[in-house]
Ligand binder design. Structure first.
Ligand SMILES: Cc1cc2nc3c(=O)[nH]c(=O)nc-3n(C[C@H](O)[C@H](O)[C@H](O)COP(=O)(O)OP(=O)(O)OC[C@H]3O[C@@H](n4cnc5c(N)ncnc54)[C@H](O)[C@@H]3O)c2cc1C
Length: 694
């Protein structure tokens, strides 16, 4: 328990621009403030190394543009108070081709945002770009947009001014003071540095790339960040009559790198007579900031050098003053600006975190928001997009506590999926004979795509349907689609050729394949104590289905293959759910599967009767819910639990067959059903207890 008086109302950890701005606004709001920085103010170890950053309003997201405008006004207020110039207006030229989403957004979407804001811009074709600016040999399909309000930020002056203003406002700045742990309690936070303990009512945490180093020892979870060692260099201007703008070139990725380049104009506060250019990419990426190497990467500099030789005029292509800075990337490229998550942190509103993203341009705004959050518990700025709880921000294996609490929902969704699946296969058996399997699979995928489009639209907005995002889809989505499609082809084909229950039985062997497939694809080891229950479940399946010798045929092997694919699909879904939103994953799945199954179905196309069409509709609705509930289930619990509960589809199938096909229940079937339930429930409980023991 805390039993000493406070060292300060607020402790700010991290003396980069965001930490300094937060301390400044806290002090202005009447708090006593201590700022702890492990190196020095203006150090080159973090994200704010070097002289220049871009301030711009040409953004793909309207809210970002509005935030930048607000922040620009706050920069001007700081300039006035410190009597300095921080923003040097020089306009921004974006040019190139439409690409998938890049760290800078895309070329044309930013134009739409400018229109919405009523901001002026100039459109340029390739020739106009080459005539007005020092570029050459640009591809013919390049076009550009120039927006005059953008500015180069003087990084060092910003840091120095904030430092000065902090001192004037009584902030106690302590450099060389590394914080190693925080403890959040009911009446404040203990901040442990390498030299002593501090106590404050609230903490603002602005540690940049070093965030996990402090969060993990304090609260046992980690953020899902990837650090880029971004290299840059200066190039001498050989033709001073040319106008070098601030610019960004959009292009499609090439030879394993982003093919995105950017540059700044000559700045008197940087290197006079030189411009600073770089590739917007890093060949060296890692998660632990200590893996950083300070010498600039040969490849990254070489790429920029080649760009200068091929596409720029009036520059000497010999790079000088090369350096690098650490960029902190969350999967969606945005910052996190929020209280720490309540799932992991007691009295979570004691600590506000701001890290990651392209945030220099938001320095005063983010600083003010941090101060408002600790002082008032809220901000009047819309910061929902920077939420700590958005998808994939916290590392998945560290969300185990949340997962344990959601076992209930994992089981419920898996049961619902199993129910829909049994209804679907029963429908195929009763009525589906007239429709060929490729057509069936294609129509299902296409219908599901149509079902999910409005859901995506209303939940995530029009931008979420943009096909450009498919260029960034990970291999996992493709694997998952191929596995899931293959289940349909194998199982539906087998159901038509061998007895319904035999095919369903073989399909239901998939939980046995899950650990094998998880090991093969992801290297995941399975706990041996789960095996007896899974085997018990399989024995139950065998009894329920009254397995017989005729099963060993080509069609039986195909049915068994559907089980392998189902295991693969579940494992991939689980993997994807750790980083991607479940609805978006489904959208990708239905989109890709419609294309693949459409191509496969072309030779099979034939006229479909009205009755068959209605049936296909019903099957598609069921199929949609099978997938939707399964994805939800995998989001809440483990692959083993999903698969074990999914056994219940046999029981549902039996109930359907008793009522729709007039089948009778034998003793072996009753025993089988009991074994299935005991096996499934046993796995679920064992799984839960194993977690508790850990
Ligand atoms: C090459 C490059 C180009 C960029 N271009 C732009 C751009 O054009 N426009 C833009 O808006 N943004 C840009 N960014 C992003 C921008 O630079 C960063 O968002 C911003 O500098 C982050 O500031 P910060 O205060 O959050 O982090 P930092 O500046 O990294 O500061 C964090 C501080 O916390 C300290 N610290 C960490 N852990 C501890 C601890 N345990 N105890 C005490 N102190 C600690 C560190 O020493 C460091 O000084 C760019 C980034 C890079 C790398």
């Amino acid at each position: 328990m805390m039993n000493k008086s406070y060292d300060a109302d607020v402790i700010v950890i991290g003396g980069g621009p965001i930490g300094l701005a937060s301390a400044y606004f806290c002090a202005k709001q009447g708090n006593s403030v201590i700022l702890l920085e492990k190196f020095s103010i203006g150090n080159q170890q973090g994200s704010s190394a070097e002289h220049v950053r871009m301030w711009r309003i040409m953004y793909t997201e309207l809210n970002h543009a509005k935030l930048a405008i607000k922040s620009g006004e706050m920069f001007q207020a700081l300039e006035k108070e410190a009597d300095v110039r921080l923003l040097h207006k020089n306009g921004l030229l974006n040019f190139g081709v439409e690409t998938g989403y890049t760290p800078e957004g895309t070329l044309n979407t930013a134009v739409e945002v400018m229109d919405q804001l009523g901001k002026k811009y100039t459109r340029l074709n390739k020739r106009q770009i080459e005539d007005r600016y020092p570029f050459k040999n640009l591809p013919d399909d390049f076009s550009g947009v120039y927006q005059e309000e953008a500015a180069t930020i003087d990084v060092k002056e910003t840091l120095q001014s904030l430092l000065r203003l902090n001192k004037i406002n009584g902030v106690d700045i302590r450099t060389g003071e590394r914080v190693v742990q925080m403890v959040s309690e009911a009446n404040g936070v203990i901040v442990r540095s390498e030299t002593r303990d501090y106590v404050a009512k609230k903490v603002i945490l602005c540690p940049g790339s070093y965030v996990n180093e402090l969060i993990y020892p304090s609260f046992g979870f980690k953020f899902n960040i990837l650090l880029w060692e971004m290299c840059f260099a200066y190039y001498r201007i050989t033709d001073p009559t040319l106008t070098f703008p601030m610019w960004f070139q959009f292009d499609q990725p090439r030879n394993g790198h982003s093919n995105l380049f950017y540059g700044f104009p000559e700045a008197h506060f940087a290197r006079k007579g030189f411009v600073r250019l770089a590739v917007d990419w890093a060949s060296h990426t890692f998660m632990d900031p200590h893996e950083r190497e300070f010498s600039p990467r040969k490849l990254d500099i070489q790429l920029t050098r080649e760009y200068v030789m091929q596409h720029m005029k009036g520059l000497d292509a010999a790079p000088i003053d090369m350096g690098s800075a650490l960029m902190t990337h969350f999967p969606d490229n945005l910052s996190v600006l929020d209280f720490l998550p309540k799932e992991h942190v007691p009295y979570h509103k004691n600590i506000v975190l701001c890290t990651g993203g392209w945030a220099f341009k938001f320095t005063p705004l983010f600083g003010k928001i941090c101060a408002d959050l600790v002082n008032q518990g809220e901000t009047d700025v819309d910061i929902r997009e920077f939420s700590i709880l958005r998808d994939a921000i916290i590392q998945p294996n560290e969300r185990k506590n949340r997962m344990k609490h959601s076992l209930f929902w994992g089981v419920i969704f898996s049961l619902l999926s199993a129910f829909c699946y049994s209804a679907l296969t029963t429908l195929i058996k009763i009525n589906g004979v007239a429709i060929s399997v490729p057509i069936l699979v294609f129509i299902q995928s296409a219908f599901c795509l149509v079902f999910i489009l409005p859901i995506m639209f209303f939940k995530f907005g029009r931008a979420s349907l943009n096909l450009k995002q498919f260029s960034t889809i990970k291999k996992q989505h493709l694997f998952r689609t191929v596995f899931s499609l293959s289940i349909g082809y194998c199982l539906f084909l087998a159901i038509k050729k061998i007895p319904y229950f035999d095919a369903v039985l073989l399909y239901n062997a998939f939980p046995l394949f899950v650990p094998v497939v998880a090991f093969a694809l992801l290297g995941t080891k399975m706990n041996k104590r789960l095996w007896p229950f899974i085997l018990m479940g399989f024995l139950g399946v065998a009894l329920t289905m009254n397995i017989d010798v005729h099963l060993v045929s080509l069609w039986a092997v195909i049915a068994l293959l559907s089980a392998v694919c189902a295991a693969g699909s579940i494992v991939m879904m689980r993997k994807i759910s750790a980083t991607d939103n479940s609805l978006k994953s489904l959208y990708y799945y239905f989109f890709i599967s419609t294309i693949i199954s459409g191509v496969i179905a072309i030779p099979e196309f034939h006229e479909i009767t009205q009755t068959s069409f209605m049936l296909l509709m019903a099957m598609s609705v069921l199929f949609f819910f099978v997938q939707y509930f399964l994805v939800l289930s995998a989001t809440y619990t483990t692959a083993q639990v999903v698969s074990s509960t999914y056994y219940s589809n046999i029981i549902f199938s039996l109930i359907f067959s008793i009522f729709l096909l007039n089948n009778a229940l034998s003793l072996s079937v009753i025993i089988g059903m009991v074994l299935i339930v005991v096996g499934g429930v046993g796995v679920i409980f064992l799984q839960k207890n194993l977690k508790k023991l850990k």
